[in-house]
Design a protein around this ligand. Structure first.
Ligand SMILES: O=C(O)[C@@H](CO)OP(=O)(O)O
Ligand SMILES: [Mg+2]
Length: 419
């Protein structure tokens, strides 16, 4: 199915954190008119594809994206306009070659990923199939994912003292997406009441979760277990389990992990995680150790890899080469999947394939800075990854993804749950 591009255009808009990002529109000769919103992270891996930011201190404190907008409206438009592409990978490779750098720093990964997502939509529309089906290709088995709702925020996503970044509730035992969303919302409400009742803040972090005045991860886990019960659900894999993303690269300095003012070695962190997994229904741990701590990651995987899904985010950066290396070294057993971390839809699907072939799970993710674009919902369903995280069950940019999943479920009979 080929597509001839007639127009590509970007404009600077705001993301959910009030930072500039891009909205991209793409038009085809056949009359398709599609758009994409570009997400942006705060806790980024050092090997991520690079966003182009303007660094003009007089505009948006140096965070503007006018150069990236210019990449789209200039060079990318010149390269794509009037050209016919046989498939999304054909178009994505044209973008990769045009940029010419290893990390997409010349044109900007933010510019490139916006065009790539819009193009995926144009191909799906041209083929007359839903986006999720188009993204599933011939190999993947589509399914409805377990949503992971981030309901307590810390780290660089909140101004509290909590060093661990994300505490998520995961309705593994729900019968459907619709029921999982209901559980997420009811537990979110119960947690809000619990915090308020204890005189704690119900202010929100970047991903819409609460950011209470706590410092120890175990305090957050106690709150979650209580909220799950209060809302009438059972904590655990048969009901509602818990997932954590400490995003530990952010508090790893000079070989030590600093949690609530105390320093821990890798092995002490591993002991603490082992203890947490014993005491709480935590089924998934993302970035438990830092991106540079590969030895620690190996020991963490040996110790907990059989019982817990160990997801690499900052350490893998959705990069097929790094994931392949991790598989040979026995580092982790799952990869986080963020489209803008690698920069094109094609490379994202490659990363998912490498993970799948190596027996690694794929956990699809939003970014902390988001737009209402729900592309990742379709990506998760189509790839059959079985789980995604898109923040709290609240706030437009987060619920847009969950709403899209409910809509897909409504018109299909795809199975729900982990693989
Ligand atoms: O660490 C993460 O997994 C993400 C998304 O939750 O955060 P950010 O987008 O800031 O990298
Ligand atoms: Mg992460």
């Amino acid at each position: 199915m080929s597509v001839t591009v007639s127009q590509v255009h970007a404009v600077e808009i705001l993301d959910s954190r009030s930072r500039p990002t891009l909205a991209v529109t793409l038009e085809t000769d056949a009359g398709q008119h599609v758009r994409a919103g570009v997400p942006a992270g705060a806790s980024t891996g050092t090997r991520e594809a690079v966003e182009l930011r303007d660094h003009d201190p007089h505009r948006y404190s140096g965070q503007g994206v006018l150069q990236a907008v210019q990449s789209v409206n200039g060079e990318i438009l010149d390269r794509l306009r009037g050209q016919t592409f046989d498939g999304p990978s054909d178009l994505d490779h044209a973008l990769i070659e045009l940029d010419g750098t290893e990390n997409k720093s010349r044109l900007g990964a933010n510019a490139i990923v916006g065009v790539s997502i819009a193009a995926a939509r144009a191909f799906a529309e041209t083929a007359g199939v839903p986006l999720w089906k188009h993204l599933s290709g011939e190999v993947a088995e589509p399914r409805m994912p377990v949503p992971h709702f981030n309901v307590i925020n810390g780290g660089v996503h909140a101004l509290n003292e909590l060093d661990f970044q994300e505490f998520m509730i995961a309705p593994l035992g729900a019968p459907s997406i619709a029921e999982a969303v209901r559980a997420g919302s009811e537990i979110y409400g119960a947690l809000r009441a619990l915090l308020h009742g204890r005189g704690m803040s119900v202010g929100l972090g970047d991903e819409g979760g609460f950011a209470p005045e706590i410092a120890q991860p175990e305090e957050a886990l106690d709150l979650l277990v209580e909220a799950i019960r209060t809302a009438g659900y059972t904590p655990g894999r048969d009901g509602v389990a818990i997932a954590m993303d400490p995003a530990s690269s952010e508090f790893y300095h000079d070989g030590a992990y600093r949690v609530a003012g105390q320093d821990f070695t890798s092995d002490q962190m591993i002991d603490r995680y082992a203890d947490i997994v014993e005491r709480y229904p935590v089924w998934l741990l993302e970035d438990g150790l830092a991106e540079s701590d590969w030895d620690g990651w190996q020991r963490l995987t040996e110790r907990l890899g059989d019982t817990v899904e160990l997801v690499g985010d900052d350490i893998f950066c959705t990069n097929p080469k790094i994931i392949a290396e991790a598989i040979t070294k026995g580092v982790g057993n799952a990869s986080l999947i963020k489209v803008n971390q690698i920069g094109t839809v094609t490379e994202t699907l490659d990363a998912m394939r490498v993970a799948r072939d190596g027996g690694y799970a794929q956990f699809v993710s939003h970014r902390s800075g988001e737009t209402e674009d729900a592309f990742i919902a379709d990506l998760t369903v189509g790839s059959g990854s079985g789980h995604l995280k898109s923040g709290a069950p609240a706030r437009g940019e987060r619920v847009a993804k969950y709403a899209r999943l409910v809509e897909i479920e409504d018109v299909t009979d795809l199975p729900y749950g982990l693989r």
